[in-house]
Write a protein that binds this ligand. Structure first.
Ligand code: NAP
Length: 455
């Protein structure tokens, strides 16, 4: 009876996880996706808890309490800190997988068959390297250590050799599962490899690495499911691993990078970022911008990280409303890696009730820029850097950008001369059709709404 209920619960949880991923595809159903995911997790935890072999209920209650203690503050971080929060979550998930593997090995060691031993070693290897890799990614994104790539001579050869020794330990363990020294050596090497893997990665590549670590954490969880015979864990881990991997590929495409290049290319190292820019930035007055917008036929807003930090999405919507009242066509151009997490701009604009139909993806909006009267860049920088298109020597060469420089007039809202995430100078700001409206994005937009009403 208990077995049948557990199987039914496993099927229900699995279905909820699959629907959760499916509903995440569309902002209209994204809330259902969150509810389905949370419900699936609650069902999975309860179904596992009520198994007859679980006898120490006090420990489960303690673990749930500890989860709440850590999880609640983590859920309160601002959206701009979500990448580092996600990195921490991956570290926790991967550490859990690794610890389960270590305890299983400690309990059964030499008695494990070849299949279980391979799943267990895989789980410990991936779990351990993901734990330390995610912690380094967290430290970089949180500014606790330099965000730029940390490189040294022979780094790739050293890292690959270390990985090779780790894999040799892995293979040997399949034939000699009782060789505990090898197991613990593999564990230490995997923890070390995680650190070394992420140290040389920096700048704009961090989002891809986070997605990749997500994938590793999921696969480690799936392997845990195989070791302890938990089907929900196998399915949830595989879904997590698969979706994380697809996300890394999508992000690589959005930045025109290959996974190997991300992992071994040390993109964004300081020596590569030096570049020249010609001309002078031209400051533009608020009233001029208001008049240009008020009499435009089409205005395109290009939000970026600065809009998120300024929390300017609501007042941006107010400006759009004021312009639409005057007959201006308003569109929003969305770059896949604008902000600090995938879908960051979509989430913020949805929060401000911007109609989803006005959000245009890169391929759709780029051909429209030449016929756009005013493109307003709100705290975006890297995603509108024309060097990616025009300068083959730039470290972001080939990364698809929003081609705002092709609009008739470009207005950039930013606080000063600050650079973007990649640390590059942006030649857009020096172009003759570009004017800089300095100030906090929310403040500038608030003043613009007023000025448009008066125009
Ligand atoms: P960005 O290149 O990081 O530039 C943001 C700009 O916003 C800065 O130049 C800054 O200039 C300005 N800014 C900051 N606070 C502001 C405020 N309160 N008001 C007005 N302006 C403000 O942003 P992006 O163009 O959105 O590009 C995103 C970058 O992050 C890409 O390089 C991407 O690869 C990377 N990234 C993306 C993700 C993701 O998944 N989306 C995750 C991690 C990293 P001032 O200081 O002069 O104001």
């Amino acid at each position: 009876m208990t077995y049948a209920v557990a199987q039914a619960a496993a099927i229900l949880a699995t279905a909820l996880f699959i629907f959760s991923l499916y509903w995440m595809n569309d902002p209209k159903t994204a809330r259902h996706a969150v509810v389905a995911g949370v419900t699936g997790m609650v069902v999975a935890v309860l179904a596992t808890w009520f198994q007859p072999e679980i006898v120490h209920h006090g420990w489960i209650v303690l673990a749930i309490a500890a989860g709440f203690l850590v999880g609640v503050p983590l859920s309160l971080v601002p959206l701009t800190a979500v990448p580092q929060r996600t990195a921490l979550s991956h570290a926790f998930g991967a550490l859990a997988a690794s610890l389960v593997g270590i305890s299983e090995y400690y309990l059964h060691g030499a008695g494990l068959g070849q299949f279980k031993m391979s799943a267990l070693s895989f789980e410990v290897l991936l779990g351990s390297l993901t734990t330390t890799g995610s912690l380094v990614a967290f430290a970089k994104l949180q500014g606790l250590m330099p965000g730029s790539p940390l490189t040294y001579k022979g780094q790739n050869i050293f890292n690959l050799s270390l990985l090779a020794v780790t894999i040799i330990c892995f293979v040997c363990l399949l034939f000699f599962p009782g060789a505990s020294l090898l197991f613990y050596l593999m564990l230490i090497l995997a923890f070390t490899f995680g650190v070394l893997l992420v140290l040389p990665i920096g700048a704009a590549d961090m989002p891809v690495v986070i997605a990749l670590l997500n994938s590793y954490a999921g696969l480690a969880a799936a392997a845990t499911g195989m070791v302890i015979g938990n089907n929900v864990l196998i399915i949830a881990g595989t879904l997590d691993g698969g979706s994380g991997f697809i996300l890394s590929i999508v992000m690589c495409k959005a930045m025109n990078r290959s996974i190997t290049n991300v992992l071994f290319g040390a993109f964004g190292s300081v020596s590569e970022t030096t570049q020249a820019s010609e001309g002078q930035m031209r400051e533009i007055g608020l009233d001029d911008v208001a008049v240009q917008l008020a009499y435009a036929r089409q205005a395109v807003f290009v939000p970026g990280y600065g809009m998120a930090t300024a929390q300017a999405q609501h007042v941006l919507r107010e400006l759009a409303d004021a312009l639409e009242d005057r007959g201006v066509t308003v569109k929003y151009a969305i770059h896949p890696v604008a902000g600090r997490m995938p879908g960051h701009m979509n989430v913020l604009l949805a929060e401000a009730s911007v109609p989803y139909s006005q959000l245009q993806e890169l391929e759709v909006i780029n051909p429209e820029f030449p016929s756009t009267d005013v493109a307003v860049v709100i705290g975006a920088n890297d995603v509108v850097n024309p060097d990616a298109r025009d300068n083959p020597k730039s470290i972001i060469a080939g990364m698809p950008i929003l081609e705002v420089d092709r609009a008739k007039i470009v207005v950039v809202l930013k606080r000063g001369q600050g650079k973007g995430f990649s640390g590059l100078v942006n030649p857009l700001f020096f172009k003759p059709n570009c004017g800089m409206l300095y100030g906090d994005a929310k403040e500038s937009l608030t003043n613009l709404v007023q000025a448009v009403h008066n125009a």
